[in-house]
Design a binder for this molecule. Sequence first.
Ligand code: ADP
Ligand code: ZN
Ligand code: ZN
Length: 699
Amino acid sequence: ASSTNSEGELTPDSACTVWVHVALDVPLQGEFVYRSSVPVQPGQRVIVPFGNRRKVVGMAVALFDEPGIAPEQVKEIEQVLDDLPPMPADWLRMAAFAAGYYQRPLGEVMLPVLPASLRKISAYQGERSAGGPVARIDKRKARATPVVPPLAAPRLNVEQQAAVDYLAGLSAFQPVLLHGVTGSGKTEVYLGAMQAVLEQGLQVLLLVPEINLTPQLEQVLRARLASLQAGHELAVLHSRLAEGERLRAWLQAQRGQASVLLGTRLSIFTPMPKLGLIIIDEEHDASYKQQEGLRYSARDLAVWRARDRDIPVLLGSATPSLESWLHVQRANYHKLSLTQRATTVTLPEVQLVDTRRLRLQQGFSPQMLEAIEQRLASGQQSLVFLNRRGYAPVLSCHSCGWLSRCTRCTAYMVMHRQGGPRNELQCHHCGHRSRVPRACPDCGDQDLQPMGRGTQRVEEYLAERFPQARIARIDADSTRRKGSAEALFAQVHAGEVDILVGTQMVAKGHDFAKLGLVGVLNADAMLFAHDFRAPERLFAQLMQVAGRAGRHTQGGAVMIQTDYPEQPVYQALRRHDYDGFADYALHEREEIGLPPYAYQALLTAEARQLAHALDYLQQARDWLASQPELAQAYEAVMLYDPVPLRIVRVANVERAQLLVESVSRPVLQAFLAAWMPVLAQLGTACRVRWQLEVDPQQI
Ligand code: ADP
Ligand code: ZN
Ligand code: ZN
């Protein structure tokens, strides 16, 4: 694209120059404009110079005829990467929506969600680049997919069949909430709905909350796809994959080769040209929310994407989020119910053990110990659920009252047993570790006592109490090594474990054939967390862990120890009454005007001094009041007082937050868009690190 001028020199032909808006993942706001003399399309990755001698991979998002700034300031795109077809238009739309909704620069959305090698300059301009990572993946032989014996669908029960029939009849956007009690066979409904879509040659995206859930589901999916005979391929995508595996799965989905993509939250950003259905399993699960960087909700984006593509979206849960439940009540979502367990087994009996007048032994009531003993005698497994890892949450000196505080955080150091003198104190907030002191640092007394208990201590006590039992513990500590979680779960499945002690890691998804009893310790601690969502979370978690009991044999039981058995959340659990709980909780939220009846955003500031964080937030708040016209326009936006976070100091950084709320989502969105540029320019912004989170899940 060049021509000669009157003196016969080659010059760039301005008629053939295009101006390109490129999204870059750099810590600078704003749009970046480059010029290109070769054709480039929106959705193509490009290599551009950035700053002094740096080059980065960016995404072309739009083309212009005019640069909008002085043309001589505009640099040239160095290389247009054509190893992939351009990202499709619907992908660009979703990324643009996410950037706008979550108030982040476009480049911070578009680039981090790509497999790393597609955004690394070295993959294209390094020594070993040889055509880029895509070519390398294409040349390498795919690792053989495990051969799975085909598995035909069981005969669906009436409710399952009705659900599948309804879903098979959908061809346009329609959110559907599948509310099914634990063990009701939601997976079969997913598979049935999926089959109808696959038969039309379309793709399905199946989102799951956590990676430790995928092995079982992956097997079932492979076996079922094998039985369909059409040669449907499954791709699996999650953050623990090696880079090459991740790129391969991503490419399979992007090229339409994989009919089904099974993945965790980041999979929502995978381009899928023939997407015909999105399924979100355990839609209420907090892991759909990304907690750093772009703090998106994969569940919410999935619904947006389905609307944009005009396809159905299926949200499944035994304990739907109150957001989704309200959508059902308002007829935005269609509800399908599975009210019975799919097998002949009935739901476990839930018993509340009132611990107020009981003498507990190491946290166990006599009833709970007896129940474990009975299950041991009858060859069944028991699960003891305690959402606190480590040995004891704090170490104390009885002589002087010293407590094992973290010097860097406003939190206690947790005692961890590592065997003998290697016992440690660990801060779960900043990661700081130290040896357990031999004597009290304040008074020298040698008799330091662990207070309270975590999973390690419970495991230790159970081993003492039931010496004949085989005991295993599953928590973040016992599963740190790669593959160790799978190995531990395999032991439980093989019946090599009699008593399993675990945190929330064991609550989800697993189907333990011999598990008869679930015992819950210290649930009250979760109930009285400060967050208004605590009861909702507790209900979901206990319902889920309770659902592990007695899935295959009659007579499963759940025992929940509590000092507050009259609390509505426990009473509803006892009756397996999600509807009752949801009605109660929604009513309460409506009275106080909390989500889902209001929309929130959270501005957080971090600084070396708490006063700096609070000052910054106060300035951010005062800004609105100082603009009478805006204050009126955003009358429906409420800015609360800045407050320190409950754990105010973590790793020597002080943290404070300012909650923003409105009954109108569009008004809140408009306000945030106006507020964002101001936040970066407040006089005190240089003293703090701040961030804005839309739809925060933890307050
Ligand atoms: P959920 O996800 O709803 O908790 P699952 O999908 O895990 O439940 O199903 C629970 C159990 O019931 C599984 O072992 C599954 O194989 C079995 N199951 C599901 N549907 C049927 C059916 N129609 N007939 C027999 N067994 C079924
Ligand atoms: Zn002391
Ligand atoms: Zn700490």
